[in-house]
Design a protein around this ligand. Structure first.
Ligand code: COA
Length: 350
């Protein structure tokens, strides 16, 4: 059995910065409200036509691959996490494979929203451990700006999210005690609708066994997946009961971090850096306090990027590494919680 190590990290955010003041031009909100409740000052929004989730993922991947000292041709598997794919299908993994002119390798898409990257890393880790692959590209990327309700109606959701991408290259190491020490994955689908985007989807309530063939002939069939009525009723935007998400997040984050530390016989005092998914600064601060961590043990950057969902952990990891906060031998914990609910952690010895 091998261990996996992160051989290179990369990140990309679009050039366009969208401040809280910019947000105020579209909806009834304030810089004060957004900063006080979420910590966010600004986020980056992709270029409307030239940038997609895949193109941002490609930019982050190029940097991670170069830092790993390899070329796109050396990558032997792709795991791509996103909730905002370029197409409903196929997924972004194959689009990245095409864009980077990689070999005809496997490409897997992960749909686990905010914990998508940690899930993707865990999947890649298993392939490295068994010796099946030697250079796996793991990407988390999102283009939220195309799917949010920027009217006052959607303000509790729209002010939170931003666009961007992060990537890592995972390779085997025989250096015992280094690399990914463990990953822990969890889910509880009982609250699936609390933070969800229902449409387009196959859940349509009016679908029943009694649906008659005639319905298929008058345009109803196509309407079920995405109808004018859905758009008129704003059912094509994400839906979130923020206070309920907050309550579960502050419970599950500390649990899954402690689970990782305990599984390895370690404690919070051993942690050089906690990189939590950037859901909300208040959630990160709550977790930090609950675990008794110092300010220098937690990396937050939501102030500048907003919540970039599957991209937030790899962006924060890359940024922390670039800032010299992570050195060889340091213990780093990645942790995430989000829609599903799903939550996860990965403990690494750098
Ligand atoms: N600007 C101004 N006012 C806003 C607003 C905005 N962008 N969004 C909501 N409000 C208003 C609400 O309409 C409500 O007004 P009312 O009291 O007149 O009805 C008031 O602010 C309080 O709303 P509430 O939703 O209870 O606020 P909150 O203090 O819970 O903060 C969140 C809202 C979303 C910031 C907070 O619940 C949160 O961060 N939850 C976690 C969400 C999260 O992390 N999601 C990602 C998970 S990965």
């Amino acid at each position: 059995m091998f261990q996996s190590k992160i051989a290179g990290t990369g990140m990309y955010v679009p050039a366009n910065v969208f401040t809280n003041q910019d947000m105020m031009k579209f909806m009834d909100t304030s810089d004060e409200w957004i900063q006080e409740r979420t910590g966010i000052k600004e986020r980056h929004f992709a270029h409307r036509t030239d940038e997609t989730t895949t193109t941002m993922g490609v930019e982050a991947a190029k940097i991670a691959i170069e830092r790993a000292g390899i070329t796109p041709q050396d990558i032997d598997f792709i795991v791509f996490a996103t909730l905002s794919p370029d197409y409903y299908f196929p997924g972004c993994g194959v689009l990245l494979q095409r864009a980077m002119q990689m070999k005809e390798i496997g490409a897997l898409d992960v749909r686990n929203q905010c914990s998508g990257f940690v899930y993707a890393l865990s999947v890649a880790d298993q392939f490295i451990k068994t010796g099946m692959y030697k250079n796996i590209l793991v990407v988390g990327a999102e283009k939220h700006s195309f799917g949010l309700d920027f009217s006052t109606r959607g303000r509790n959701v729209s002010v939170i999210f931003g666009d961007g991408a992060g990537a890592v290259v995972l390779q085997p190491t025989e250096d015992a005690g280094r690399g990914i020490l463990s990953t822990h994955l969890h889910s509880d689908g009982n609250n699936a609708e609390i933070l969800a985007m229902y449409n387009p989807g196959t859940h349509a309530n009016h679908w029943s066994k009694e649906t008659k063939l005639a319905d298929f002939n008058d345009g109803e069939m196509g309407d079920m997946f995405m109808s004018h009525a859905m758009i008129d009723n704003a059912q094509n935007f994400p839906n979130m009961d923020g206070p309920s998400v907050f309550k579960v997040a502050v419970e599950k984050f500390p649990q899954v971090i402690m689970e990782a530390l305990k599984a390895n016989g370690l404690d919070t005092s051993d942690l050089r850096l906690l990189i939590p998914h950037q859901a909300n600064l208040r959630i990160s601060q709550f977790v930090q306090k609950k675990l008794g961590l110092r300010d220098d043990q937690v990396h937050n950057n939501i102030q500048r990027y907003g919540n970039t969902t599957a991209a937030s952990v790899p962006i924060a990891l890359c940024e922390a590494w670039e800032q010299g906060k992570i050195k060889e031998g340091d213990l780093v914990c990645l942790a995430a919680f989000g829609s599903g609910f799903t939550w996860a952690s990965a403990l690494l010895r750098w």
